[in-house]
Design a protein around this ligand. Structure first.
Ligand SMILES: C[S@@+](CC[C@H](N)C(=O)[O-])C[C@H]1O[C@@H](n2cnc3c(N)ncnc32)[C@H](O)[C@@H]1O
Length: 264
């Protein structure tokens, strides 16, 4: 079996000890085989193998220190490996809010088997929850956070989801036609949480959101609103998308919007 994260690729402290992903993945494999009494090519483990093959291997995320944080969504305890060394390795308030929204509106959103792409997925809480809720998820982000993202997704979805989520690189505004041709890649939902903050790629972010939304695609964007720049982005967003305000979380000042692309 191809390991998604080889021991050489992974931060050293993860490789050592019983909780290492290698050990954990092997234990999951054993559990599946034992549970189903399957030892041959028809066993359940072999059924999930093609999905694992479809995951790419990513360079490790070498943060000096990590923490393990626990979350409870969709009736499942989710463990996220996080690090304060990168914006993309921490679960942000927008992600918490969007997960709450998804679990509360699963049927209304028709998430079972829905095709979902998350942009700026970070450590992957939203993609994990969407996957647990039955969706076919592609989690994307910049190259440097993909190792940790893939680790979190595998750890929390292997053997407990209908569709194993995928991880892909997507740098906003770059290579969209080449990497996500519209004829091949159609998504029911684009998810984005806390992707708007003080960075220089807001125009590219909007271009990416616009590109990924085809007729019928719904964009769900959750964001903590702090600064005037956040509201300025919202105004530009409204020029591109028919926008519905879905929910507000006063304790975290997160707002959730639904956008469907305007077609002239
Ligand atoms: C504030 S974090 C939010 C992470 C996650 N969505 C959450 O809410 O927990 C912003 C995310 O956007 C990603 N990001 C920032 N600039 C990006 C760019 N130009 N292209 C792709 N992703 C980017 C970061 O790597 C990071 O994962």
């Amino acid at each position: 079996m191809d390991m998604c994260l080889s021991s050489e690729q992974r931060p050293k402290h993860l490789v050592e000890g019983p909780s290492s992903p290698d050990g954990w993945l092997e234990a999951e494999k054993e559990k599946t085989l034992q549970k189903d009494g399957a030892s041959g090519p028809s066993g359940d483990f072999n059924k999930i193998e093609p999905s694992l093959h479809s995951l790419q291997e990513f360079v490790p995320t070498n943060y000096a220190s990590y923490t393990q944080e626990n979350y409870l969504f969709a009736g499942k305890e989710i463990v996220m490996q996080e690090s304060i060394e990168s914006y993309g390795a921490v679960v942000w308030p927008g992600a918490m809010a969007l997960c709450q929204y998804l679990e509360k509106h699963t049927e209304e959103l028709n998430l079972q088997d829905a095709k979902i792409l998350e942009i700026g997925a970070g450590p992957g809480l939203v993609s994990t929850v969407a996957s647990i809720l039955g969706a076919q998820v592609t989690a994307t982000d910049m190259p440097d956070v993909l190792g940790n993202l893939q680790y979190n997704l595998l750890r929390n979805t292997l053997n407990c989801t209908t569709h194993l989520p995928e991880v892909r690189e997507l740098v906003w505004g770059e290579g969209l036609e080449q990497n996500f041709p519209k004829s091949t890649f159609y998504y029911d939902y684009i998810l984005a949480s806390d992707v708007v903050y003080h960075h220089y790629f807001l125009d590219k972010l909007l271009t990416t959101m616009e590109y990924l939304c085809q007729p019928g695609t719904v964009l769900l964007w959750a964001n903590k609103f702090r600064f005037s720049a956040d509201y300025e982005f919202l105004e530009k967003f409204k020029q591109v998308f028919d926008t519905t305000f879905l929910a507000e979380f006063p304790e975290s000042t997160v707002k959730i919007f639904k956008g469907t692309r305007k077609w002239d």
